[in-house]
Structures are given as C-alpha cells and as structure tokens.
Design a protein around this ligand. Structure first.
Ligand code: ZN
Ligand code: ZN
Length: 698
C-alpha cells in the first residue's frame, strides 16, 4: 500500500500515530496486490502458473494530494459544484459548519453519480438500478433541506458536472440536457410525494393522540418510508417536534425484513437447461436458409409439451425481442410430421415446441425443417423497421432516445425508449415520415461479425444491460443505423413496404412506447380504415371528399331541431301552467303542487316549475317526468315558502328515494333522478307528508 503523509499538523499528536492511524495525517493512495499463489482446499499454497501485479490507484485522492487539498471535494473535480451550491446558500462560506459542509459534499457526490447513471441509460424507477438512482437523488434532495434548499435545486448542478466531465466521458456531455430534465422531474415528484407523506404522518399522529399514545411504531415509520419515501430522519424530526418518539429499532427490523426479501428474489438464477442437459450446441442456419435437412438429436416431453431438438435448424428462437419462427417438420415426401409452434433457447440448445402429427418422431430421424417463410419475412420487415425507427428517434429527438425494450412480431412492432416527455403531433409525423423515407431509399442492409471493440469503434449501438461475447454480429443500414443485433433482417430497406405508426404512449416515468405496423399489416390497416370510411359515406349518402361537410351539415341540422324541440316543449309546458295551478293543495299555509308530466325534458320541467312559482306566492312545486323509462324530478320553492323552512334539495331527495333514486340541490331549486316507475305515484302522493315532517308539523 502506498500512503501519503500530509504532515504532522494533520496528525492526532498521539505517540503511536503512524500509517494506518484513523486521524487525517496518512491517506492511502495506492494499493498493489501481488498474485503468486493459488490456495488449495487443504490450505496449502500452489504457485500460480503466471504471476501478476494488480494495481489500483485512487484518482481523486491523488488529485487532492497533487493539488494540496484536504479532501477530494476541494479539488477541481468537485469545487465548481461546491461553488454552485454555495451560490444558492447566500451568506454561508465553506468550512463554517461541519454539518453543513457534510451536506454540501453529499449533495455534490450524489448529483455527480446521478448524472453519470442517467448518461449510462438508467432512469429513476422502483426497481434495481433505477431505484438506486432514485434513492441518490432523493437523499441529496433531503440534505438540501438541511441547508434550507426546498424547491428543486439539484438539477441546476447537473450541467456543472456535464461540463466538467464531457471531455473525458463523451456520453455525459451528450446526455447533459436529459440528466438535467430527469433530475428536475424526480425532485418535483419527490416534493409532491413528501407532501402526501406528511399528511399521512399527521393522520398517524392524530390517531395516536386520540388513543393517548406517544410512540410511532416501527411499522408505521417503515410504511411512510417504503410507500411514501419519507426518510426516517424526517419522520423522527417531525415526531419529536410534536412530542412523539419513533420506534427506530422496529423500523430497522422492518427494513431488514424487506432487504432479506429482496435478496431472496434476486438470488442468482442458473440459466434454465433442465431437460436438455448433455445435448450438443444447436447449429443455427436461419440467417441464410429457411428450409434445411436436419437430424433429430433429442425428443423431450416437459410439462405435457413436446420438444424436438435438431442438430441444425433454420428456426429462430425467441431472443432480443424478436419472436420465434413457426413452421413444420416434414418427411421427404412433403408430409407434415409435426407443426413447430415455438422455438426456445435452453442454454446452447434450440428446442422446438411441436404439435406432432405422427407418433414416430425419434432420435436419429432425418427431417426437413421448414420455417413459415411468409411469417418470417413479416418478422424481418418489423425488425429492420425497428432499427430504422431507433435511428429516426435519435435523429429527431436527440441521442438520449435509446431503446429500453422491444417486441418484433410479424409486421408488428413495439419499441420502448427513453425520453422525458410525450412526443408532439409534429414529432410523431416527422418520425413516421423519416422512417418511410429511409424505406424508399432502398438502402442495403448488411450483417457481419466482428470483435466487440471494432464494432464499438464503428459506432455500433450496444443495448444497455445486454451481455456481448468477444465476437458480435453487426447490422448496418448504410449511414442510417449500425447496431449489435442477432435478429433476422431484410436485404434492402424497401422491403419494409410501408411503416405505419399506430400510437405513442407512456410505459413508465421517462420511458415512451411506439407501436407500429409494417408491410401487409400496414396495408390491412389502411384497407380497414378505407372500408370504415366508405361505409360511413354510404350511410350519409356522400363521397369521402365531401364527408366532413356532410357531417357538419348533419350537426347543424341536429342543433336546429334540438332548439325547435325545446321551444315546442316550453310551449307545451306553459299550456299546462293553469291546469297545474288548479291542483294546488294547501299545507299549513303553503300551496303544494305535485304532478307527473310525461315526456318532458328536465329543462322544460324546470321552466314549468318556474312559471308556476312566479305566479303563485308561498308555493312548493314538485314535478316528475318520465322519458324513455327514466324518471326525473324537479322541485321549486318560492322565497316565502323557503322562509317558512322548506328546502327544495332536502324535499326532492326524500321524494326521489321512494323510487330508488336520489339527488338534491339548493333551497330554492333542486333536481333528482328516480328508478322505479311503479313507485312514482306513491312518491308524489307522499310529498305532502314529507313536507309536513320537514316543516316539523308531524
Ligand atoms: Zn494519528
Ligand atoms: Zn435488432
């Protein structure tokens, strides 16, 4: 180990102060491991055939030493960010307060880590690396609160690191805007979540107060942390300010339990080869051929499903988002021996899931393996189109738009990519046009094998999270696209036929999804749309080019008719005013009118009630109408009657309830709906009784 002695003044002054002391004087810079022996199970040391020295130097620590700084945070690797934070804290200078300095360092460190992670394609989420990123941003944000930085602020530091690092880490420079945007959104989300969590905490405190308890349980603190993201420190702080304490031991236990669960879930999984052990690697010939003669080397029945393994096969097994081929196993006379429904990888072996037509499928048998070529071609159209789409998105939206998932099926594709907001109508149109232009340019699609390093040097896009071997397969579409890909592709882009974008939606925070059709499926869609259009035209007796006018005319006519109906209804209603007024009964000095007026809209019913009340002081009107089996009630109460304590909303509510409905409203006017027409008469009859009760007379 190589240590640096920073001098006596940094020492603890103890007599035994030396290298390895826990004071600040000595810092380890460099670590060398001399590999010489291989320890055997019995503990003896066997010399290694090749010895070596493994060396690891702390770059940032060395920078601190070279620049004569006490910590890495004062070096030029961090100082610009520290300065930026200080700029937000007016009136504080670095070194003034130990706790504040620590908060500043944590913020700088976490923000830098977040910027790098985002540049590498990680997005905040609730799982795996996305969760780590989310925790980093949230933790840094919480330390900001200790410095009274409460609105989003971390995102302002992102460009500082992007600028600082872009010369060495190209990706960080390219994804600068994305990092800023993602961090800002995550901070906003977190602030929102915290607002919600504080409300929940208030409720918990309230509940305990009523019960006369003063402790927030570990489970409750964990729920706040796990579900709402409220840090335990904050829970404790708020709790103690309200005279509560928190069971932190219980919290730690709950946290441990969750971690244990996560460990079990992510336990190392061995690739599933069960049932296919001992079989030789299948030779895949599907890039060049779709029909070959092959020999059955294995027949297995697993969970009631029959699998056949061949020595070589043209069937593409599902991988990299591309679905498996289907087809047939035939004998030399062209008779179908089995239908191939699916093909899957089991280790190095491709197993064909089959539906056997004959029972004589045995090892050693020679068969013709034939892929459904039309379907395969449709899959290739979708796959090549996927690569063009990927390129289109990077060109139109920016380099940050990367594949995060894809499904390639016959003439149908789904493509997930990183992008912080929905695409605009304009962008969607641009993408669709861009892809189709590349299709029309008839660019040759080349595939070749090379080393991973050479492929990277060519600028090939490797997919995040995929593992690549020494040799990789590259798919290149002229200058448009170059990707590492094991899928099957067209020879020329024009074979895609047509690319039709169906939808653009959100799948998760910062992940968008495009669904699209190619070739025959795209044609089918166009034909279906045309058929719909024509049938609509036929209904309206018009031509497609005049359809819009025809619908506008129809809507205009409808509007006019509606107006006419309303006028007629109002007229009919008014004609009944006199008639209804004669039906008034006097209830405790109030004139009550109840009536069933069939086939009248709610609006007309209201107008009718208005007309009666305007002519008859001290009155209460309750009207019901039935239109196509639906009951509506209206109640209107004159101001004099209101003064006597009648409330239209309460009255109508009770009346409507008799018919199984409900409703309410203001004191002067209210509406309600009913259900059972058979009870309508009863409801109206009981109005008087209800009115009396509500007046307190009965
Ligand atoms: Zn010391
Ligand atoms: Zn691909």
């Amino acid at each position: 180990e190589i240590h640096y002695d920073r001098g006596e003044k940094y020492g603890c002054g103890r007599e035994d102060c030396k290298v390895g002391c826990d004071c600040d004087r000595f810092g380890e810079l460099w670590n060398l491991v001399f590999q010489q022996y291989d320890m055997q199970k019995d503990g003896t040391l066997a010399p290694l055939p090749k010895v070596g020295i493994d060396t690891g130097m702390g770059l940032e620590r060395l920078a601190a030493v070279m620049q004569g700084k006490e910590t890495v945070f004062e070096t030029d690797l961090f100082m610009p960010a520290v300065q930026a934070i200080l700029g937000m804290l007016k009136g504080y200078s670095y070194g003034g307060d130990k706790e504040k300095d620590a908060a500043i360092r944590i913020i700088a460190d976490h923000t830098r880590a977040a910027v790098f992670a985002i540049a590498d394609g990680v997005m905040p989420s609730n799982e795996g690396r996305g969760y780590v990123l989310r925790r980093l941003i949230r933790r840094a944000h919480i330390y900001g609160r200790k410095l009274h930085l409460e609105s989003p602020f971390l995102y302002k530091l992102a460009p500082v690191f992007s600028d600082l690092m872009k010369d060495v880490y190209e990706e960080v420079g390219k994804q600068a805007k994305l990092a800023e945007e993602v961090i800002r959104r995550e901070e906003e989300r977190f602030i929102e979540t915290m607002g919600r969590s504080l409300k929940v905490l208030e409720e918990i405190i309230e509940r305990h107060s009523i019960a006369g308890e003063k402790t927030i349980s570990g489970e409750e603190a964990f729920m706040l942390y796990d579900t709402y993201g409220l840090p335990i420190e904050l829970t404790c702080e708020i709790a103690s300010s309200r005279g509560f304490c928190v069971d932190t031991d219980g919290f730690k236990e709950a946290l441990e339990r969750q971690k244990e669960l996560a460990r079990v879930r992510s336990a190392f999984r061995v690739e599933d080869v069960e049932g296919f052990e001992g079989l030789a690697k299948t030779q895949f010939v599907g890039y060049e051929e779709t029909a070959v003669k092959a020999t059955i080397v294995g027949v297995r029945e697993i969970d009631g499903e029959l699998f056949v393994v061949l020595d070589r096969t043209p069937f593409y097994a599902e991988a990299g988002g591309q679905v498996a081929d289907t087809g047939w196993l035939k004998d030399d006379d062209g008779n179908v021996l089995a239908e191939v429904l699916d093909a899957r990888w089991f280790g190095d072996v491709i197993a064909h899931k089959v539906k056997a037509v004959c029972e004589k499928l045995t090892e050693g048998m020679s068969v013709n393996a034939i892929v459904d070529e039309a379907r395969r071609t449709a899959i290739m159209r979708a796959h090549t189109a996927t690569h063009i789409l990927h390129a289109a998105l990077r060109n139109i939206l920016g380099e940050h738009a990367r594949q995060s998932g894809s499904l390639v099926a016959p003439d149908r594709l789904r493509f997930d990519f990183t992008h912080p907001q929905p695409l605009t109508e304009e962008e969607i149109e641009k993408v669709e046009r861009w892809v189709n232009e590349v299709v029309l340019q008839d660019i040759p699609v080349q595939t070749f094998e090379t080393s991973f390093d050479d492929a990277k040097a060519m600028g090939a896009i490797a997919l995040f999270g995929e593992k690549y071997g020494e040799r990789v397969r590259v798919v290149r579409i002229g200058d448009v696209s170059i990707e590492l890909c094991g899928g099957t592709h067209l020879k020329h882009t024009s074979q895609v036929g047509i690319f039709k974008l169906l939808s653009e939606t959100s799948v998760a925070a910062n992940i968008r999804r495009i669904e699209a059709l190619t070739g025959l499926e795209a044609l089918k869609l166009t034909l279906e749309q045309k058929a719909t259009l024509l049938s609509v035209c036929e209904l309206l007796g018009t031509q497609p080019e005049r359809l819009k006018e025809a619908i506008q005319a129809l809507l205009e006519e409808r509007r006019k008719l509606q107006k006419r109906v309303e006028q007629l209804e109002a007229k009919t209603a008014m004609a009944q005013v006199e008639e209804l007024m004669k039906k008034a009964v006097t209830v405790d000095g109030i004139k009550l009118i109840t009536a069933h007026v069939p086939n009248m809209s709610e609006t007309a019913l209201g107008q009718l009630a208005d007309a009666i009340v305007s002519r008859m002081p001290q009155c209460v009107v309750v009207l019901a109408s039935t239109v196509e089996g639906k009951i509506s009630f209206v109640a209107k109460v004159s101001s004099e009657a209101q003064a006597m304590g009648v409330h239209a909303g309460r009255l109508i509510g009770e009346v409507a309830r008799i018919t199984g409905g409900g409703g309410g409203g203001r004191a002067d006017f209210a509406q309600a709906g009913g259900k059972d027409i058979n009870k309508l008469a009863e409801a109206l009859n009981k109005t008087k009784e209800i009115l009396l009760r509500q007046l307190g007379r009965k």
